[in-house]
Design a protein around this ligand. Sequence first.
Ligand code: PGA
Length: 247
Amino acid sequence: MTAPTPLIAGNWKMNGLASSLGEAQAIAAGVAGGKARVAICPPAVLLERMSRALAGTEVLVGGQDAHGEDAGAFTGDVSAEMLADAGARLVILGHSERREAYHETDALVGKKVLAALRWGLEPIVCVGETLAQRQAGEALPVVIGQVRGSLPPELAGHLFSVAYEPVWAIGTGLTATVADIEEMHSAIRATLTDMFGASAALIPILYGGSVKPANAREILHAAEVGGALVGGASLKAADFLAIIHAL
Ligand code: PGA
């Protein structure tokens, strides 16, 4: 079984305006010849314009969330079909900021994954423990529980990735040690193999949490790390490209 093709995805969170499209184009201009698939996940209102701006480049665009239903009376929400209609090819689901701020449960994330599959979007499903959970020695069971609870069996045979993002490392400048990352990623790999069989070897397991040019090489070359989900450092083309080329 060969290794998964790495994926490096930028999560722009609630950042970016029409004036940021040039930054996305600068990223696209610099990725050629890289070893990873590259994606940018801008705010939903920028998706269509970004997918047009990046048409014909190697960079894919993705959403940051999708509702579990396809349409209906859900004020303020965006469906997977709408993301696909706007040009998205991937979607981040179950990000810890959404699990925390919107009380998203594993079951809800699983429902969103099914919605993504209905519309041909490649899910990036996020998992990760809080600092309190890590300090209590619960990091492994918490994350493995999220993997089991958030990934429905229907994912078998589809392209998707899992992003391990320790909550305490997101946007804080703190990163997990390589040993911690490798321990968690190999536990996630074992769980995926148990759930999906031998084909789980091809599922990229991304690391996320304060990935930056200075630490990208070490993280991206750690065992079982199949790419990165990058927040802050994906907003500047120079930083994001440095991460992409660290692979
Ligand atoms: P960060 O965010 O790189 O700014 O820590 C990562 C994420 O939340 O996906």
